[in-house]
Ligand binder design. Sequence first.
Ligand code: ASP
Length: 321
Amino acid sequence: MTVVIVSTGGTIASTEDDGEDGAAPELTAENLIASVPELGDVASLRTRDFSNVPSAYFEIEQMAELASEIEAYDADEEVDGVVVTQGTDVLEESAYFVDCWYDGETPVVFTGAMRNPSLPSPDGPANLLASVRTAADESAEERGALVCFNDRIHAAADVTKTNSMNVDTFRSPEVGPLGAIDEDRVVWFRERASRPPALDPDPDRITNDVHAVTVTADMPIAQIEAAADAEALCFAATGAGHIPPSIIEPLESVAGNGVPLIATTRCPEGRLARHTYGFRGSEETLRKLDCYFASENVQKTRIETIVALAADSLDVVFERP
Ligand code: ASP
């Protein structure tokens, strides 16, 4: 069994050694595996230092490069699994980007840490060990991108970071994890709901110019107008798909410029209604605006939109009820 550890930075790779006041990413993939001797009993390891940045520095282009590298590992018969270590802040976005892009068999597991190695009880080593166990397990094949954290395994499509500081931060609201690591065993609770449709994105068409806005009470309409020339506008409506009447016209005007509108809910659980309410600003209005209806949170809806645009496949990926 050979697992590649792709290191990108984040807390798991952070130390306070560089004379700065707080921790910053410094450690290489070799440093990470050196701190977990048990890894040698699970798989032989290859390492790749992809980047060493706080995850908030990660760019969409890098997500696409990461996804292409993972495709190359999938084509390499000597590689049985891939573990990507990353900062937790945007980890759900990178993992979901790979999920939307990659349709190979080789398990891909994202992980990180909430406590850096200089703090008491850092969680990185245990997360890395659990992730390598998962990536080396044949039962993880063809499950899409996974996130393994705090001994639980989540589908990238379901998971979100729920706590800014606690080690038990990754949760899959409403549906729960796909599985867990019990001692040295990978235990599955359920299949993932469904894998996103296999797309054929053109790397040259990847753009970060997809806006994402959370709808709030009496929000400034300038937040919508700012998307006038964007490639797309994703917005998280309140509740089951409701917006203040003041933003309907700005949305019409943005859509009139040819900017696709993709709506989701800002609630951590549930999806948009289709035909429960009919007031002006309800889901009925979203339908009249010809919005695509998405089911992920707004940050992952944006990722799905970016990949779908690069594959010319908005109609394949999202419903327009
Ligand atoms: N707090 C973050 C982490 O957990 C920092 C980052 O996302 O890079 O790694």
